[in-house]
Design a protein around this ligand. Structure first.
Ligand code: MG
Length: 389
């Protein structure tokens, strides 16, 4: 039995504000859609996770789910109904027996809820999770109460909505052929086709992120969860130094700063990123940069140091670890670092998968003392806290 999941992310998500659609905004250091896709990828009962994205979102999607093993997304249509049909058609070649259709903007979907929807499909051709309504419902057309609605049988619908695959595919094709529009969820399409749908208990946590406030709150919750699940706190340190040579810019924390010299090294000589990389490796006892990227290996000549940092983060994450904070101090007489600190934090945050507020970059001169004071090079110290399960 093959179960497919279709993740619907076609919307422009503009109600949440911000520069990006809500499904691409960061919560807990990762895009909303990363968490959503990962929840289904990590579920042993799901064989295929197919995302449906908006036109023009290809690049944004590729960056958002980097590291997850997903097939290429399909491009959705102008309505949710159309996007879902395209997603359902896209998994046909895997011949699934069941399909779960889920909103990308519900990143808190639990393993238990996915299990529940899949297993209810053994008894019904469709099953959708929902929440009973706790508040009193008023029917108030034009703002005037005309009556109280009996809420006993009223539910709000969540996703994932589960269906026997052939049934929902036919239902969508039928709606398409009839040009029936405006069906806002998959269950409405199934209802329209006369499929029996079981209403099953949803999950309060499985809310849909819609507004800017939802994103802020979800960020807090997701970060809190990540920390709570990882009580093993560790600290790592890293120190690095590179001498100057002739050149026009130094690269520090991934940012090129115009200068009368450059730093000498096998890679791009980003001394601050090297110290940070060693600090992370230190937290998990994984040696240092040289262990993983020997300077004797010509392939690292001139390499961007973000490759080294990404590797250290990957090793940490393989142990289910996360970065809690990073504190970097750069020792240099020149160039001036302060004007570039914001750009440095913005460069490091996505590499460490944390919010920029968890990264500090500071700089000090050596008051002209010693080799650094004589402007012979730049030195950097990094301290990192990580948390592991
Ligand atoms: Mg170095």
């Amino acid at each position: 039995m093959t179960v497919a999941a279709v993740i619907v992310a076609g919307g422009s998500g503009l109600r949440a504000g911000g520069e990006k659609p809500k499904q691409y905004q960061l919560i807990g250091g990762r895009p909303v859609i990363w968490w959503t896709c990962r929840a289904f990828l990590a579920h042993r009962g799901i064989a295929i996770v197919q995302a449906v994205i908006g036109e023009g979102h290809e690049q944004m999607f590729a960056e958002a789910v980097k590291g997850l093993e997903l097939p290429l997304p399909v491009i959705g249509g102008s309505t949710r109904q159309e996007s879902c049909r395209i997603g359902i058609e896209a998994v046909a070649r895997h011949k699934p027996s069941k399909v779960l259709i889920h909103d990308a903007a519900r990143p808190f979907v639990s393993e238990r809820l996915i299990d529940s929807v899949i297993s209810w499909l053994d008894r019904f051709p469709a099953a959708i999770p929902g929440m009973p309504v706790a508040e009193t419902l008023k029917f108030a057309p034009g703002g005037m109460v005309s009556r109280t609605v009996d809420r006993a049988a009223i539910w709000t619908a969540q996703t994932p909505q589960g269906f026997l695959y052939d049934g929902i595919l036919d239902a969508y094709r039928k709606a398409e052929a009839e040009r029936t529009q405006g069906l806002t969820d998959d269950a409405s399409v199934a209802e329209h086709a006369g499929i029996a749908i079981s209403m099953i208990p949803g999950d309060m946590e499985n809310r849909k992120l819609t507004t800017a406030d939802d994103i802020v709150m979800a960020d807090r919750d997701m970060t809190g969860r990540q920390l709570q699940e990882r009580p093993d706190v560790r600290v790592g340190q890293g120190i690095d130094v590179h001498p100057f040579e002739d050149g026009e810019a130094v690269i520090l924390c991934g940012v090129a700063i115009p200068h009368t010299q450059k730093l000498k090294g096998h890679s791009d000589a980003d001394v601050a990123m090297h110290a940070l990389t060693d600090a992370i490796l230190g937290t998990i006892g994984e040696g240092d940069i040289g262990t993983h990227f020997p300077p004797s290996d010509p392939q690292w000549k001139g390499a961007a140091s973000r490759i080294f940092l990404a590797k250290a983060v990957e090793l940490l994450e393989a142990k289910r670890g996360i970065v809690a904070n990073a504190d970097i101090t750069i020792l240099a007489e020149a160039p001036k670092i302060a004007p570039h600190v914001a750009a440095m934090r913005a460069c490091l945050a996505p590499l460490l998968h944390v919010d920029a507020t968890r990264i500090a970059v500071k700089a000090t001169t050596m008051e002209r003392l010693g080799a650094i004071g004589r402007k012979e090079g730049i030195m950097a110290y990094a301290t990192v806290t990580v948390r592991l399960p």
